[in-house]
Structures are given as structure tokens and as C-alpha cells.
Write a protein that binds this ligand. Sequence first.
Ligand SMILES: [Zn+2]
Length: 288
Amino acid sequence: MPSRYAVRIGKIDVLVVSDGVLPLPTKMLGHNVEPAVRATWLNNMFLPPDAFDWSLNAVLVRSGGQTILIDAGLGLDPNLNLPRAGQLVRRLQAAGIDLASVTDVVLTHMHMDHVGGLLVDGVKERLRPDLKIHVAAAEVKFWEAPDFTHVNMPQGFPDALRTVAKRFAQEYRGQLRLFDEEHKVAPGVIVQRTGGHTPGHSVVRLASGGDRLTFAGDAVFTVGFEHPDWHNGFEHDPEEAARVRVRLLGDLAATGEQLIATHLPFPSVGRVAVDGNAFRWVPVFWDY
Ligand SMILES: [Zn+2]
């Protein structure tokens, strides 16, 4: 089973590593649309009607002598029946990547499927004491008193998300490096706050030697190209998240750069095209 895929952006090495998959109810795709409309889309996509597996991708970037992990996967299953995720640490090891070689972590946001890997027993001890964790200040602030009034999540998720984010902020407080809107992490590696999904949600832009790639975190999901206005159940401000998505996809279509996103099917490397009033996902051909 393939679990990693390498891409080169100029002088920057990019490795997509799968943390596994999350089986989630299809309602999460678009809770602001009629069930029949959702059902038609799923049928057209040859997907099952009730639940399907969402990919969970993290990325390792090497640039200018730094090794940067972007997001950290689920870690342990918080009793939500997600046994096939949480593979990241094992898969980094299988790829010959020592946790002690990671100089920086960038977090797109603090949902448990993006920070949980750092809370697995024994992981913190294997990370460097001078590890820097870059996250938007607005994200850390949000989780002090998170607002769940506009989400539409399966039972048990809000509590688990609150608990994991809180534990993460406590355990790694000394290592957090907060930024407001934009921060240069390494040569050609810039993290930019978008908001929407969560107030501090951020994307990572890579640029080197004329090549560009964006890691979009949870700004876009599989359905988001065809239906960018469908509200994902995990979005804390779904209307702003839709605006962020449309702006980002329009930008990526204009530049023709590559896109990787957390929950697009592994390895999730592709490009964006404009398609009428919406967009089209154009996967790259596997290079093997
Ligand atoms: Zn996510």
C-alpha cells in the first residue's frame, strides 16, 4: 500500500505522507444542501451514500537545511472509531525520517487530525528540544474558548476536538511561534493565515526556481471544486470558509501551480482549472 509520494519544487523537497483514512458521514460534505442533491453528487462520483473514507495527508518539506513537518495527523483514536488513521509517525520512520531531524512544524490549524500525532506517547521526547511550532496567533486564541455553533459534526467530535486542542496547547506552549497574517518559515516556504475553517486556519505556499505548490490544509475538500459553496461540517465559519475556498481556488487556477490538501485522495497532488462558475480538480500523472 503506497503511503508516501515525493515531489520537487525547484530546490525544495516535498514528501506527502498519508496518516491513513477517516470514515466520515457524507452529510459532512455539505450540510447546507438538500439530502437529495448530496445523494446525486455521491452517486455521480460512484461513492457510497452514507459514509466514505477521507484521506488524511501530512507533508514533510526540506528547504535550506530545515526539515519542516506540515501538520501531524490524528495520533490516537479518541474513541470515535477512527482506527485506520494515526499512521504518520510510523510511516515517517518507514521513510527513514528521524523525528529528531525535524526542525520546524507548521500547523494549518489545531483540529485533532492535524495536531494529534504530536501527542502520541513518546513522540515529544523524540523531538528536538529547540523544535519550533508555527501556528497563527488567532488559532491558539480561538481554542481558549472555541465556538461550535456553526459546525455540523458527528456526535462526540466537538468534545474530542476541544480536549485535544487544549492538551496540545498545554504540552507545547513553550515551543509555539505565533504569527499574525504571514510568516516565512524557511527559504521559499511561507505560511499565510486564511481563516474560515477556523479563525487561524492557514495555508503553506512553496516557491522555488519558478515552481510553486500550495498546501491548502482544510480550505478545500473533494466536493469543493464542483461545489465550493457547500458548507463542510467541520468549518467553524462556513460562509467565510466558502469565500476563502473560492479565492484560493481562483488564485491557484490563475497561477497553474500544484495543490496538495489534507483530505483530497492520496497523494492529492494536482492542479485547479476554472470550470464555468466552479472549478475542476486535475490530478497530476503519477511519476513512478
Ligand atoms: Zn482536517
